[in-house]
Design a protein around this ligand. Structure first.
Ligand SMILES: Cc1ncc(COP(=O)(O)O)c(C=O)c1O
Length: 412
């Protein structure tokens, strides 16, 4: 055996970074503690009891009464992929509402599924007006309309009231990726009238990445069940296959995943126990705080961050009317190297802020205040550190005004 580097045997002991980017963020300590609880067998009554509790805990978080509210194992993208591959068969027409990187991701996944994709879009930094969506639905005649709620790449939140009604009138199902907003901005699956919404833990829910909460309307569940083809080794007489096209993924087959989370307890995958504990604790922390208080705290953090950045003389990115509350884009000032500032923030202050993708790469930073980190002192510390790092890079700014402005804006 070759000699292994002694460092490989060192304990994991990461530095105490303050994660103020677009996610992941620092997990709530209660969530980390829950994750260290002992494991259970997947059909142990305690375990199936926890699964049922998770279903109940996530209904208010999604703003729904949907029976099918549960977890997909994997990062948020697993939830997106499970939703799309289970709702869409090759050749189905899908309309994507695209206003950033994650709209493009929906198209990428749908392309792999073999969907016929139509798009209604907006430039990065804006959202798509509802009348443009209505016109696109009428033009396209889709079987599914897919959309992102808050797109962290642009920091914009797409208004969704009325979307479901447009889809119902057109006979289409609807899907929303709420990864970046769940836990921080209101998710109103039932009021929006949308069929499937998915999320992730690592942003405003204040957990680690690796579990994707999902909610599915009865109508979408029936559509998915019609595509059920239980894998051969676990077929049972009480679970009948549907006549629809088989779902193009085994792992992300929501028909089998629903059967696993139902009283049938179909042995599909082995539920990721520690991630289920994490998801359960994220929800308990959130509901303990109260939905309104939680959303107000994120709004205060976003308001304070925006006010502080502006008081520093920086230009905030995007359309003010549709800003996500939990992540703010800000232009990198002319002549400043954005990556040097990010490195200085990390080196001197142990703070991470985000860079950007695609057309915004090198043009904006993305600064988040989400979940456990949507706290007044963390916003103020981040602004103070950014001010110091910008000054080190020779950027002239009014000393101390960012923190003062942020404090005033927090309490408005
Ligand atoms: C809006 C949105 N959707 C999807 C994802 C993908 O999530 P994950 O990296 O957990 O798969 C992200 C992550 O940043 C996101 O912001």
């Amino acid at each position: 055996m070759p000699t292994l580097d002694p460092l490989l045997f060192g304990e994991i002991d990461p530095p105490q970074r303050l994660l103020m980017g677009p996610g992941p963020v620092n997990a709530h300590p209660r969530v980390l503690r829950a994750m260290s609880a002992d494991l259970l067998g997947q059909f142990d009554p305690e375990m199936t009891g926890y699964m049922n509790q998770v279903m109940a805990l996530y209904r208010p978080i999604f703003g729904t009464e949907n029976q099918w509210t549960m977890l997909v194992d994997g990062t948020a993208r697993a939830g997106i992929e499970a939703a799309l591959v289970s709702l869409v068969a090759p050749g189905d027409r899908v309309l994507v509402i695209d206003f950033g990187r994650f709209g493009l991701l929906l198209k990428e996944i749908l392309g792999r599924i073999g969907a016929v994709i139509d798009t209604v879009d907006a430039p990065w930094g804006e959202v798509v007006p509802m009348d443009a969506i209505a016109a696109a639905i009428a033009r396209s005649g889709p079987t599914l309309v897919a959309c992102v709620h808050g797109d962290t790449s642009t920091t914009m939140a797409q208004p969704l009231d009325g979307l479901g009604e447009l889809c119902v009138q057109a006979g289409a199902l609807s899907y929303v990726d709420a990864t970046a907003t769940i836990g921080g901005m209101e998710i109103a699956a039932d009021r929006w009238g949308v069929d499937v919404v998915t999320g992730g833990l690592q942003k405003c829910l204040g957990g680690p990445s690796g579990s994707a909460p999902i909610t599915i309307s009865d109508k979408a569940a029936a559509h998915i069940a019609a595509r059920r083809h239980v894998e051969q080794g676990i077929r049972r007489d009480d679970i009948i296959d549907g006549a629809g096209v088989r779902i193009g993924s085994n792992y992300f087959d929501l028909a089998m995943i629903m059967d696993y989370w139902s009283d049938k307890r179909l042995n599909h995958h082995t539920e990721a126990t520690s991630m289920l504990y994490a998801a359960r604790e994220c929800a308990r922390v959130m509901l303990g705080e109260g939905l309104e208080a939680r959303y107000a705290r994120h709004a205060a953090a976003g308001r304070a961050m925006t006010a502080g950045l502006r008081a520093m003389g920086l230009q905030v990115f995007g359309d003010d009317a549709h800003r996500m509350t939990n992540v703010t884009g800000v232009h990198i000032p002319k002549g400043i190297d954005g990556e040097r500032v990010r490195t200085a923030m990390r080196t001197h202050f142990e703070i991470e802020i985000g860079s950007a993708f695609g057309p915004l790469q090198g043009r904006i930073w993305r600064i988040g205040a989400m979940g456990y980190n949507a706290a007044k002192h963390k916003v103020l510390i981040t602004l103070g550190a950014l001010e110091a790092c910008l000054r080190m890079e020779g950027f002239a700014l009014p000393a101390g005004e960012a923190v003062t402005a942020a404090m005033a804006a927090w309490d408005v």
